[in-house]
Design a protein around this ligand. Structure first.
Ligand SMILES: Cc1cc2nc3c(=O)[nH]c(=O)nc-3n(C[C@H](O)[C@H](O)[C@H](O)COP(=O)(O)OP(=O)(O)OC[C@H]3O[C@@H](n4cnc5c(N)ncnc54)[C@H](O)[C@@H]3O)c2cc1C
Length: 445
């Protein structure tokens, strides 16, 4: 339940009321520990954030779940949050900057030679992915060489249009360009999520289903049932360890605990003062950076794209939107599309929706010109996320900064989807990380 004040003392203070923090709190409570969750925002859910738009409630943040995300599916089931299939019936569109073409299947239609090269590139990524253990990428053969390269190095020899499609896929998954990603880190991430195609597709992939009422409903219902207080609007500034005690200080006071779980994205964790300092961890965390995505939900009176045999899915190598999906509400009452501005254009986002609507008109015709409503979320402007969907690693960080993001510092433990070994970066990974951190703490206490 949400309460106004921090207790003076608990067994464990959890920082962050995203799914990772809530998972940690629940598991700690189940083990008999007293817990408080301290959250910076005035709401729970973190990167899961849903709001009403027209006749539906839509996600400003994470929204899809897919096969193999068993914790997430079980949680939804337990909390009575229904899920429904993402609409994927109909042809898709590829906008390569010159022409807009229809295609069917999972891979955009390019020329026959380009298509072959795209398939070969995906096969190569799959082969490399299979060699990198998600939980310990440094144990991969030639790990240092892979960490010295970027994903752009891998794609350098490909034709421009094939590279364009891969750039869109990388931007959609990470919110950065391929040149910003360590190849080793990228492969470990893909391994944790079942491979590149698994992360890119709807049916059978990570975008297969959505939550009725939005993903934040999970956090809202969970907090109601959680047998632990949650204090919101309480940014944590300092975590001090002394004589076996951990003092967590927020803008709404301090709580003394026997241990703490910091369940915030690594770049945000870097802003919390640890006392005594943990320089090795600081060096690693400083090298992580949040991706950049502006998420745009556009509500319409009618799903006119469906009427024309289109699924609503678009891959575009020219911005501002790079990908688009049907986002109609579960009951069909609120037709909608959802698009992503990613990486560079997201960092340069100036709030002007007109170029987005112009793109929709280019793809679907004049009917797209008059949306009922738009919800635009610039995640880079969110002070308690500073970007999204996930924090990424550049070349050299894994091999030179040494330790893992999961390594505790004394009695301070770390959760958050970035620390997960399965479905890193996803809602599922957040749950896994919270459980793992809770198990660590239980062992220590
Ligand atoms: C636009 C977007 C699209 C996405 N799409 C998907 C998707 O379709 N499917 C999917 O599975 N995942 C998706 N994700 C990712 C998914 O949302 C995240 O993996 C997940 O929500 C992370 O949960 P978390 O608990 O690890 O971190 P967070 O949700 O970030 O929670 C951390 C919490 O800590 C709080 N906090 C930060 N600093 C402090 C501080 N100093 N003191 C106190 N509190 C603090 C934050 O306010 C936040 O509530 C998407 C994310 C975004 C933003």
């Amino acid at each position: 339940m949400i309460v106004p004040d921090l207790p003076a003392r608990v067994d464990v203070a959890v920082v962050g009321a995203g799914l990772a923090g809530l998972a940690a709190a629940e598991h700690l409570r189940a083990a008999g520990a007293s817990v408080v969750v301290v959250e910076a925002r005035d709401r729970v859910g973190g990167r899961a954030w849903s709001e009403a738009l027209g006749r539906g409630r839509f996600d400003r943040g994470g929204q899809w779940l897919g096969p193999g995300q068993d914790r997430l599916a079980a949680l939804a089931d337990r909390l009575g949050v229904a899920t429904f299939a993402t609409w994927s019936t109909g042809q898709k569109l590829l906008d390569d900057g010159e022409r807009v073409r229809r295609y069917a299947g999972d891979v955009p239609t390019l020329g026959p030679l380009e298509l072959l090269q795209l398939h070969l590139a995906i096969r190569r990524v799959d082969r490399l992915t299979a060699r990198v253990p998600a939980a310990d990428p440094l144990a991969a053969p030639r790990a240092a060489a892979l960490d010295a390269r970027t994903v752009a190095d891998l794609a350098r020899h490909l034709p421009r249009r094939v590279r364009g499609v891969l750039d869109v896929a990388v931007g959609a998954i990470f919110g950065v360009t391929p040149a910003e990603l360590s190849l080793l880190w990228f492969l470990a991430y893909l391994r944790a999520g079942g491979g590149l195609m698994n992360l890119s597709t709807i049916a059978g992939g990570a975008q297969e289903r959505r939550f009725v009422g939005g993903a934040q409903t999970l956090a809202e219902r969970w907090v109601e049932r959680l047998d632990a207080p949650v204090v919101t609007a309480a940014p944590v500034r300092r975590v001090r360890q002394r004589d076996g005690e951990v003092v967590v200080t927020s803008d709404r006071g301090a709580v003394a605990a026997r241990a703490a779980v910091i369940a915030v994205p690594p770049p945000l964790a870097a802003t919390i003062d640890l006392e005594p300092a943990a320089p090795a961890r600081a060096q690693l965390v400083q090298r992580t950076a949040m991706g950049a995505i502006v998420k745009v939900v556009v509500a319409y009176e009618r799903a006119f794209w469906r009427e024309r045999g289109l699924s609503g899915e678009v891959v575009s190598t020219r911005g501002p939107l790079s990908v688009l999906f049907d986002n109609t509400s579960h009951d069909g009452r609120q037709p909608a599309l959802v698009g992503f501005v990613q990486a560079g254009p997201a960092r340069r986002w100036n709030g002007d929706a007109a170029p987005v609507v112009a793109q929709l008109v280019r793809w679907f015709g004049a009917e797209a010109a008059a949306p009922q409503d738009l919800a635009i979320t610039d995640w880079c402007a969110e002070p308690w996320s500073r970007g999204c969907p996930v924090a990424v690693m550049p070349p050299g960080a894994l091999t030179t900064a040494g330790t893992t993001l999961r390594q505790p510092v004394g009695r301070v433990h770390f959760a958050g989807t970035e620390t997960a070994t399965a479905w890193t970066g996803y809602l599922e990974g957040a749950l896994e990380s919270g459980e793992r951190a809770a198990r660590e703490v239980v062992r220590v206490l």
